[in-house]
Design a protein around this ligand. Sequence first.
Ligand SMILES: Cc1cc2nc3c(=O)[nH]c(=O)nc-3n(C[C@H](O)[C@H](O)[C@H](O)COP(=O)(O)OP(=O)(O)OC[C@H]3O[C@@H](n4cnc5c(N)ncnc54)[C@H](O)[C@@H]3O)c2cc1C
Length: 414
Amino acid sequence: MKRYSAFAIAREALRHHTGWERAWRSPEPKKHYDVIIIGAGGHGLATAYHLGKDHGIRNVAILEKGWLGGGNTGRNTTIIRSNYLQDPSAAIYEKSRSLYETLSQDLNYNIMFSPRGVIMLAQTEHEVRGYKRTAQANALQGVKTEFISPQRVKELVPIISLDGPRYPVLGGLWQSRGGTARHDAVAWGYARACSDMGMDIIQKCEVTGITTEGGRVKGVETSRGAITCGKLGIVVAGHSGHLADMAGFRLPIESVALQALVSEPIKPCMDVVVMANTVHGYMSQSDKGEMVIGGGADGYNNYTQRGSFHHIEETVRALIETFPMISRLKMLRQWGGIVDMTGDRSPILSKTPVEGIFMNCGWGTGGFKAIPGSGFAMAELMARGGSSIADPFSMTRFREGRFIDESVAAGVAH
Ligand SMILES: Cc1cc2nc3c(=O)[nH]c(=O)nc-3n(C[C@H](O)[C@H](O)[C@H](O)COP(=O)(O)OP(=O)(O)OC[C@H]3O[C@@H](n4cnc5c(N)ncnc54)[C@H](O)[C@@H]3O)c2cc1C
């Protein structure tokens, strides 16, 4: 792989950009791989990347039914933060956030990480108490956050109205090194690095069946033929229940649509990310100037992967109370993704009842921020059979009552 650099840009400018290589190969599937990962979203690609980089496992295929990054990874609102309450969550999300800090350099691909800061607004007394408690927990976990006053919120977000009619701003939980990254670039950067390590990313290859023998994984049936493998990672977000069914076990997962929208581009007016969980809305401004707005998930299970007007109306109406200026903006586009929700709103990184099959799912409405840390931990779990970061997120926790309750940090928020 030729490295991207200022020198490479200058060289290509001089030869009319005729020397750029394809970022990743498009190979035909082989008959056998040591490891198959199903799903070329951020979590699947990051898992493959760390299998190769940290554990030297490179005979790996990543199978994707559509195009890489075309699932939730390319549909989210890109918020990155690690201000969770429980210790296992802080460990994985802070590992992830810290890996994001140098991901562009590590992958030699500009993922446009922008640690502009994230505020979670406290708009009820209950939220004030909850976020003060989270700030204390974060201090013990080594995660840098603080509870800030309404005046400080106003300094950071001049366009905010502190005295909304229903929910005045009473303060906020501020994480100064939270922020955003370009979601497609995260997927593309990992894909390029995996391909460079000799891994095969096979797009338009849907897994239609999983074969097992004597309680152990044997391989997969795909729309491009059967492939055998030593180990199998299922990393398919909203389709996890479906794939688990193919392998013969059930997951405590529900699939629901989550949607977002962007406004027309406007001049820079807000350089932090703001989340207003009481009214179910959050907003940031993209590099292009669009206001990126997300809301809550659908109240019923479905696989439709599209937006709906009533949610958009509800989200925008709620946010206008706190940001009156957005009432004058036109909506540019809306979309939806199918997210995978667990009962305790924490992910599953786990061995399964079938030997050799591993699950990575349950990231729900907030897994973009977790991609690097999840890949790191999942690769360790698959390569070594255990991982101090992943182990608390085993699927047996639901049977054993060891819930990692993040319904405040992740139930609505992203
Ligand atoms: C509107 C919206 C806003 C969000 N906002 C945020 C946010 O601000 N911050 C945040 O941290 N998170 C956010 N999220 C959540 C985040 O996007 C997801 O948690 C994360 O992207 C999940 O990544 P993944 O790799 O697990 O799944 P995906 O990116 O969905 O990848 C799974 C892949 O598996 C493939 N697949 C499925 N079935 C098969 C099969 N049978 N064979 C082969 N391939 C298959 C799919 O095509 C897909 O490409 C948001 C999500 C949505 C929808």
